[in-house]
Design a protein around this ligand. Structure first.
Ligand SMILES: [Zn+2]
Ligand SMILES: [Zn+2]
Length: 296
């Protein structure tokens, strides 16, 4: 984040903060904690919103199966509702994240600049360590958010979307979105990570969150937690809590394999007479198992 902060200081914030002196306010130095906090709040808020809108829109127009919008569980004006929930949550999520970014830019993390410091093999290894560790963290936090004592207050908002679109990727209660992002932030305090790589992975994880909500079931790989797996999570609530891999769900006993009907785009499509295939199956399952729609 210090790269991003430096660029923002160089090309925007220096001018903005110096203009405050015309109002009789002090011209805060770049390393002033108050200035860094305000700058990080702006960067994380606008950055998150820009990544969310750009990649969700690309995913919606290029990948999202529009037939899913005819699903009986697809809400009226759902996309507008998803965007509103995400937009309302981003400022609070950004505010809650500022302390972690502040620790990062003030040098308390294990982020490093030159690849030579730890070498290329470590760089590649750190990608897997990042994915493995964050997947573990997200699995348990997500599973915890489904606990009956917490679910209704924080995580239920995200499960308003039974048939989600890419715009549901951060359509969360702000504490929910912040809690699920904690593993990414904690990682850089646990083991060394290259700054550029971390920035790239940070954007990747946001894009991945969009991809698992895009309804495009590109892979049946049993190791990858794909959009099909996350669709199953939105349909049944008590399975597939993972983010990238199915490993922790398998070990934690919460793995649920998507059925062939869910993978089959034809059987997901509504017919003239209503629904067919998986869509009908999903709707009837939801009707016959109302408990699945309640907090598990
Ligand atoms: Zn959930
Ligand atoms: Zn989701």
């Amino acid at each position: 984040m210090d790269y991003v902060l430096w660029i923002a200081d160089e090309y925007a914030f220096d001018v903005i903060y110096s203009s405050f002196s015309y109002l009789g306010l002090p011209n805060l130095a770049r390393d002033d904690m108050l200035r860094q906090s305000c700058s990080l709040l702006c960067i994380s808020g606008f950055g998150a919103y820009a990544i969310y809108m750009i990649f969700s829109t690309i995913s919606f127009y290029l990948f999202f199966d529009k037939n899913l919008m005819k699903h009986p569980r697809f809400l009226k004006n759902q996309i507008q509702q998803e965007i509103k929930m995400a937009t309302d949550s981003i400022p609070t999520m950004a505010l809650l994240t500022v302390p972690v970014f502040l620790l990062e830019v003030r040098g308390y993390s294990q982020l490093y600049e030159n690849v030579e410091e730890h070498g290329w093999p470590y760089l590649f290894l750190s990608v897997f360590a990042f994915l493995f560790a964050t997947d573990f963290g997200i699995y348990w936090i997500h599973r915890g958010l489904h606990h009956r004592g917490i679910y209704a207050y924080i995580h239920k908002s995200h499960h308003k979307w039974i048939v989600p679109t890419p715009y549901a990727s951060i359509a969360f209660h702000p504490v929910d979105g912040w809690a699920l992002s904690l593993p990414y932030h904690i990682c850089v305090f646990l083991f060394p990570m290259n700054k550029s790589l971390y920035l790239a992975l940070f954007i990747f994880v946001q894009v991945w969150s969009i991809l698992i909500h895009d309804g495009k079931y590109l892979t049946k790989d049993p190791v990858i937690n794909s959009a099909a797996h996350h669709t199953v999570h939105h349909l049944y609530l008590n399975s597939n809590y993972g983010q990238y891999f199915t490993l922790w769900d398998r070990l934690g006993g919460s793995y649920r394999k998507p059925t062939e009907e869910i993978y089959n785009i034809e059987s997901r499509s509504p017919t003239k007479n209503g629904l067919s295939g998986a869509a009908e199956h999903e709707a009837s399952t939801l009707k016959s198992k109302p408990a699945l729609l309640k907090s598990p």
